[in-house]
Design a protein around this ligand. Sequence first.
Ligand code: HEM
Length: 338
Amino acid sequence: MFSSQPVDGDLTANAIFLTLSLHGDDAALQAFRDFCADLPGLIRAVGFRNAGAGLSCVLGIGDGLWDRLAMGAHPQGLHPFREIAGVHRAPATAGDILLHIRATRPDFCFELATQIMRRLGSVATVEDETQGFKFFDNRDLLGFVDGTENPAGADRSSAVLIGDEDAGFAGGSYVIVQKYLHDMARWEAMSTEAQEQVIGRHKLSDIEFPDAEKASHAHNVLTNINDAEGNQLQILRDNMPFGSPARCEFGTYFIGYACEPGRIETMLTNMFVGLPPGNYDRILDVSTPVTGALFFVPSAGLLDRIGAGQPALPPAAPNEPDPRPQGSLGIGSLKQGN
Ligand code: HEM
């Protein structure tokens, strides 16, 4: 049994994404451990003021910080984000810590981010802070509904949570984030029909094109991937629009969770290099990623161990009680699994 962080929650109306780099000294590392121990309490304290706000927070840890924590074991899929230089470029940017804060109300996200920065602000550099918002009926700023084909129910959990394949880290997850800026003038110069060919769906109704009518480079062709047996490999996206009309900034914050990062990386390769190479995703003609980072999301129990300065434990031997602590973040859709 494990308790995961609430990675598999539903789309919310508001989110704040914080990417931080921890200072290199031992005091900063200890401050981060203390923060991990206290994060569940912080979320409870802010969230309890109105449970209906559905406040939750997921903490991700980058490869470099994981090694510094000296946990004695390494999640199989954790590595630095690898830049992709294809027809378009997906850059790799800095970040040790990702905080994905979600709520139905912006004030709850704002307050938790404030409390987090009070704890980490003096020991970490802010690489990026993005405040995302719901845009009408879950549309991105390109005007298409975003998130429709996300897996639901048990499919969602199996898509995002690490299982027996890396049993010491069961209940954890991986997350890749990229902050995209849109060239709205270029996008708006395209006809609606041409935009629909880029995405592979009708814009107003959000109905998917029949496969025979999709362009080979449609976004939903290039990101639809299968394993060797033909089973679809799914991820969970919680993309949010962000921007500033005054600065002429219009963007999509891409955030994808998966039980192993390879499936997100394959989608990215299909998009940026193309499948076959050259047949790339035309979203990228109007959308440019300015960040790119990969994080491991420990289970709630493992987060407790980081906070307590204890090493990660090997998986329990068969027929022996699992010695791993059953931690809880107290707020959000904590997942119980086997
Ligand atoms: C500018 C950035 C992006 C925008 C605006 C965008 C927008 C969309 C839209 C409108 C859809 C169709 C509705 C839906 O099913 O959600 C979609 C589907 C999807 N996107 Fe993206 N997306 C972006 C980046 C990415 C990236 C970087 C990935 C993965 C690495 C990705 C993976 C997917 C997947 C897996 C689907 C579902 C495909 C299917 O099976 O139908 N997207 N996206």
